[in-house]
Design a protein around this ligand. Structure first.
Ligand code: THU
Length: 131
């Protein structure tokens, strides 16, 4: 699959980033299995801990609209270096995504990116299977 469109969507999402405290702007674009794309940006807060990452914003938008199955997510920051999702976001991904199938695209530009499976970024994860 060509992830160019998904990366472009992540850059569009980043334009809405609300990051007055860190100045660190992040955008994400989540591709549902049905082809729908959900954008997310990071949303910071004066109390700091309520801050929501771009990836979780995209997931929560999609899940709150009834989506449960996802194919891939593209993530972009301000720099060209690849920005990996935090541990909390990886855990949220693991709730809804197949670890071997779900692709995480870390992009430094529209044409420079790395692709990982969720299993590569979150091995031996805790899930509903452990309950
Ligand atoms: N952030 C994200 O949105 N995604 C990540 O993968 C890493 C961190 C945000 C949270 C916070 O607003 C800022 O980046 C600095 O940590």
């Amino acid at each position: 699959m060509n992830f160019g469109i998904l990366i472009e969507e992540a850059y569009e999402a980043k334009k809405q980033s609300y990051a007055p405290y860190s100045g660190f702007h992040v955008g994400a674009a989540l591709l549902a299995l049905d082809g729908e794309i959900y954008r997310g940006c990071n949303i910071e807060n004066a109390a700091y801990s309520p801050t929501n990452c771009a990836e979780r914003t995209a997931f929560f938008k999609a899940v709150s609209e009834g989506k449960r199955e996802f194919a891939a997510i593209a993530i972009v920051g301000d720099k060209r270096e690849f920005l990996a999702p935090c541990g909390v976001c990886r855990q949220v991904m693991s709730e809804f995504c197949d670890a071997k199938q779900f692709k995480i695209i870390l992009a430094g530009s529209k044409t420079e990116y790395e692709i990982y499976t969720l299993e590569e970024l979150l091995p031996k994860s805790f899930s509903k299977d452990n309950l």
